[in-house]
Ligand binder design. Structure first.
Ligand code: HEC
Length: 199
């Protein structure tokens, strides 16, 4: 009997040790509330960027490319008139506008120093600087604090790179494109994400 108790004790110890080496958290009572865990704005922008990018990639590969390859329907800039699918860039811009309509302060846009449409140009000197910075150093987002009226915002600009030949073929040949020598993997523009900061 005693030997059995000792055996169970030993097994429990081993189980605890296993949990600890696997890094499994053992829940302990905590007085912290969710408000004690502020998330740095850089991190929030990274989260938002990851979602925008994932949605655009899935839309491009699983909707646009798939339906085009099967000859069902094409993507076309003038999708409304031509009964076509919207381009991934338009998908991103339209979703960004819908988010802005929520009026909760978060915004995002796809912009460029060489935009097909002038409305996709940098809106401020800081955005221009950010686009130049990510063109030079695409791996690092350009971040800054901006003030609008009484409110403070955090802004991050992420490089938008020519990941496929389709990107450069379309932009280099578009009648309104001011730049016709984009190369594969070059930075074509940037995704600007603006997040309101609690005052
Ligand atoms: C079939 C043509 C086409 C393809 C392919 C395409 N784009 Fe575009 N792109 C456009 C058009 C048209 C716009 C403008 C959309 C608008 O604002 O209405 C645009 C907008 C942009 C903008 C915003 C600045 C601007 O030029 O107005 C960036 C940055 C951009 N695209 C990058 C890319 C990248 C990166 C890829 C590849 C992953 C890509 N594009 C693929 C046609 C294309």
């Amino acid at each position: 009997m005693n030997r059995r108790v000792a055996l169970i004790g030993g097994m429990e110890m081993m189980f605890l040790w296993l949990l600890m080496t696997l890094g499994v958290a053992i829940p302990l009572a905590s007085n912290k509330t969710t408000e004690d865990y502020g998330i740095p704005p850089e991190q929030v922008a990274n989260y938002v960027h990851a979602i925008i990018e994932a949605d655009r990639t899935i839309y491009t590969s699983h909707v646009v490319n798939r339906l085009q390859d099967q000859g069902i329907v094409k993507a076309d800039e003038h999708w409304e008139q031509h009964n076509a699918l919207l381009l991934p860039a338009q998908f991103l811009q339209l979703a960004g506008r819908l988010v802005a309509e929520k009026n909760n302060g978060i915004r995002y846009r796809l912009i460029s120093l060489w935009p097909i449409y002038r409305r996709n140009s940098p809106a401020t000197e800081l955005e221009r600087k950010g686009l130049e910075a990510v063109a030079d150093n695409p791996e690092r987002p350009f971040t800054s604090m901006v003030t609008s009226g009484e409110k403070q915002f955090f802004q991050a600009i992420y490089a938008d790179k020519a990941v496929t030949k389709a990107c450069i073929d379309c932009h280099n040949n578009h009648p309104l494109s001011p730049k016709r020598d984009f190369t594969l993997n070059s930075t074509m523009g940037g995704i600007v994400i603006t997040i309101p900061l609690a005052s």
